[in-house]
Design a protein around this ligand. Structure first.
Ligand SMILES: Nc1ncnc2c1ncn2[C@@H]1O[C@H](COP(=O)(O)OP(=O)(O)OP(=O)(O)O)[C@@H](O)[C@H]1O
Length: 262
């Protein structure tokens, strides 16, 4: 398998990282692909959306914390759900710096575990949901990934956040992950009717050019179907396949993963 590993990253909070991971997994499953989600965010929102068992509900749950602290291995951390697999987060991932004490090996820890677990032989796509910070957890994801997808909202602070993330990506390219790519920036909760959204879209186009990447043509519109299906624990493509948001994620999947069909 030519598995691709994507870090879904942006240190700005609430821009749609978790939602994007969840929707990409559900949409690619519908295309017959085998997908693994890795939740590296101590908030564990992706794990909760996937109904995975975390240490918030069961103190014996085996999570990414046990994996990164060498107390477990990938087959044991992965939980198999109806549509995809997930390696759940732990709320204690917030103290990862006290767990990873080897300063030299630290950046490569997740990459090593992915190799040890032979995950590239088992999945078509792996998505890593990053926390809203440019700390150790996001660095682990960026070093382990082949490419970064950047969800962002059309606001000025999001734009600033993307340029800070770019510095981290450049630093990884210089040392730990020379072939790291940036797939592109996806604008989420987008409202094309407002002038400010259109103006900031233009600014993102300029920033993406400077980063040698693109702003995806598909924008994800704001829609209630996301919150409704997240609250009921349903797959948006099954429960609200005709909603704007499901349609947008469907075209995003085509644009990123099957460009010849788009
Ligand atoms: N297209 C959308 N339309 C409406 N609501 C959305 C949309 N995308 C995401 N949301 C909502 O926005 C909130 C933040 O989304 P999400 O958790 O995916 O962002 P995040 O970047 O992962 O957040 P964090 O930085 O806290 O990890 C959630 O309540 C989610 O339901």
């Amino acid at each position: 398998m030519s598995t691709k590993i994507y870090a879904i990253a942006n240190q700005k909070g609430g821009v749609g990282k978790t939602t994007t991971c969840h929707c990409l997994a559900a949409g690619l499953h519908a295309q017959g692909k085998k997908v693994l989600l890795i939740d590296l965010d101590p908030q564990s929102n992706l794990s909760v959306l996937c109904d995975a068992v975390t240490d918030a509900v069961n103190k014996d749950a085996v999570t990414m914390l046990e994996l990164l602290s060498d107390k477990s291995t990938f087959p044991d951390v992965i939980q198999t759900m109806e549509d995809y697999d997930i390696a759940p987060a732990s709320m204690y991932l917030a103290s990862i710096d006290s767990v990873l004490t080897d300063p030299i090996g630290r950046p490569f820890k997740l990459a090593e575990k992915i190799t040890e677990g032979n995950l590239r032989k088992k999945y078509d796509y792996i998505f890593i949901d990053c926390p809203p910070a440019l700390g150790t957890l996001t660095s682990l994801a960026i070093v382990a990934a082949d490419s970064v997808i950047i969800p962002a909202q059309a606001d000025i602070l999001s734009l600033q956040g993307v340029s800070q993330l770019y510095s981290t990506i450049q630093s990884a390219r210089g040392h730990a992950n020379k072939s790291l790519k940036i797939s592109g920036i996806v604008l989420t909760r987008f409202n094309a009717r407002t002038k400010i959204s259109r103006e900031i879209h233009e600014m993102f186009l300029t920033a993406a050019k400077q980063m040698n990447t693109e702003v995806f043509k598909t924008q994800i519109r704001e829609g209630t179907a996301i919150k409704e299906t997240q609250a009921s624990g349903e797959n948006i493509f099954k429960a609200a396949g005709n909603s704007n948001v499901a349609q947008d994620y469907k075209s995003l999947i085509k644009e990123i993963f099957f460009p010849k069909e788009a």
